[in-house]
Design a protein around this ligand. Structure first.
Ligand code: SF4
Ligand code: SF4
Ligand code: FES
Length: 241
């Protein structure tokens, strides 16, 4: 990166109807896409709406579309995103309603976690001893593989099936359901499999892998969904669904 150079930034303004607005932003070493958006809002246009909280890849609130790819912007370096050009295009996440500028309405995304029965359902009481699940047990390893999801919506934004079928539960909700199916302490069992088995559930996944390729936490919702498909089929064969 040359000293004193600027970056030409196109930023989405408006709701679903709107246009890109261009800004010139000074470059810095190790600059992230979130740094760029923050500079625009603080120094050039305080009306720009965007969302972030932790700035360290934990909260999942800063996801946006960067040069056509869904990314967590606080951990995405400009150098990596622009690939030797000196311009960048930043928009809201795809597949979600735009509230304003770079802010999307995540309520439908999280409603689908609830529809997929994405909450732990225990069978123990507070008087019972702690459940001990050995870290090396197969179920624990499968559940742990997907447990680090930060709910950023990147996978959901990258999924074409969500675009074609807005009712589809999507990769994040299904990944969450799979971590609970494999959690041996959880008691929802067939109830959760029913929740993910319908037309909008795991069988709608076309195994495109876009979710897995884009997940910033290296989670594989595709593998989780494949596991759900097997579990749903096995339950159906047993006559439980
Ligand atoms: S699975 Fe990955 S991309 Fe999808 S919401 Fe979770 S952390 Fe984000
Ligand atoms: S693997 Fe399935 S959930 Fe993931 S992006 Fe493709 S269709 Fe969507
Ligand atoms: S601001 Fe929290 S993950 Fe980016």
């Amino acid at each position: 990166m040359q000293r004193n150079c600027t970056l030409s930034v196109r930023v989405w303004r408006g709701k679903s109807e709107g246009a890109f607005q261009r800004f010139e932003v000074p470059r810095h070493p190790s600059q992230t896409v979130l740094d760029v958006v923050t500079y625009i809002q603080r120094a050039l246009d305080p009306t720009l709406a965007y969302r972030f909280a932790c700035r360290v890849g934990m909260c999942g609130s800063c996801a946006m579309t960067v040069n056509g790819v869904a990314r967590w912007t606080c951990r995405t370096h400009v150098d990596k995103a622009i690939k030797n050009k000196n311009e960048i295009t930043i928009g809201p996440l795809r597949n979600l309603p735009v509230i304003r500028d770079l802010v999307t309405d995540m309520s439908g995304f999280f409603d689908k976690w609830a529809r997929a029965h994405g909450r732990f359902q225990g069978a123990q009481t507070k008087r019972d001893d702690f459940a001990r699940v050995p870290p090396a047990s197969p179920g624990r390893q499968l559940a742990d593989a997907g447990i680090e999801c930060i709910g950023c919506g990147v996978c959901y934004s990258a999924c074409d099936v969500v675009s074609w079928n807005p009712d589809y539960l999507g990769p994040a909700a299904l990944n969450r359901a799979w971590t609970l199916v494999k959690d041996e302490r959880d008691a929802a069992g067939v109830e959760r499999l029913r929740a993910v088995a319908g037309d909008a559930g795991c069988h709608s996944c076309h195994t495109h892998m876009s979710c897995t390729e884009n997940c910033p936490k290296q989670i594989s919702p595709t593998a989780a969904i494949a596991g759900l498909k097997r579990a749903v089929a096995a339950a159906a064969m047993r006559g439980q669904l």
